[in-house]
Design a binder for this molecule. Structure first.
Ligand SMILES: Nc1nc2c([nH]c(=O)n2[C@H]2C[C@H](O)[C@@H](COP(=O)(O)OP(=O)(O)OP(=O)(O)O)O2)c(=O)[nH]1
Length: 135
């Protein structure tokens, strides 16, 4: 039997430092998989890396910020026609640095009530549902 290869991905729900209830969405560059859709910043987990370490590394690369990874939000598997992935999502707080857009075209601080205005990556719908239940 063929074992399915799951791409391991870590994503951070970055909480707004001043406005409780707001979190950060980022727009994926047009030339990438799911280009133009909104995501939680993060990326592929490297070999021998924990999801938490991956988030810390990715947010430094993408935004030039230092973060603390707090509690796990959720963890699920999603099948795109072209790739299957396992998405590990954690709450994150920025501890130092101002966000610089080193990879994304656009970011937005959103509340759970206005998140539906953003076309998000399909795999992220489950994360949004989870945040909505918790809210
Ligand atoms: N970062 C991130 N990727 C997501 C989310 N939702 C979702 O389906 N994905 C998908 C898009 C990609 O197929 C995959 C992650 O790839 P990526 O392109 O962000 O990873 P990366 O930064 O390590 O990219 P790379 O330069 O190494 O290719 O997971 C999300 O919320 N955040």
């Amino acid at each position: 039997m063929k074992t399915e290869q799951l791409l391991q991905v870590a994503a951070g729900v970055i909480l707004h430092p001043m406005h409780p209830g707001k979190f950060l969405l980022s727009k994926r560059p047009m030339d990438r998989h799911l280009g133009g859709l909104w995501e939680f910043a993060g990326g592929k987990i490297e070999a021998d890396e924990t999801p938490e370490r991956a988030i810390i590394r990715e947010l430094k690369e993408e935004f030039d910020v230092e973060v603390t990874v707090n509690k796990k939000v959720t963890h699920h598997i999603y099948h795109y026609p072209e790739v299957s992935l396992e998405l590990h999502t954690f709450e994150v707080v920025i501890t130092s640095g101002d966000i610089k857009l080193l990879e994304h075209d656009e970011i937005s601080w959103v509340t759970i009530d206005d998140v539906d205005k953003y076309p998000i990556a399909p795999s992220n719908k489950m994360i949004i549902d989870y945040l909505r239940i918790k809210h």
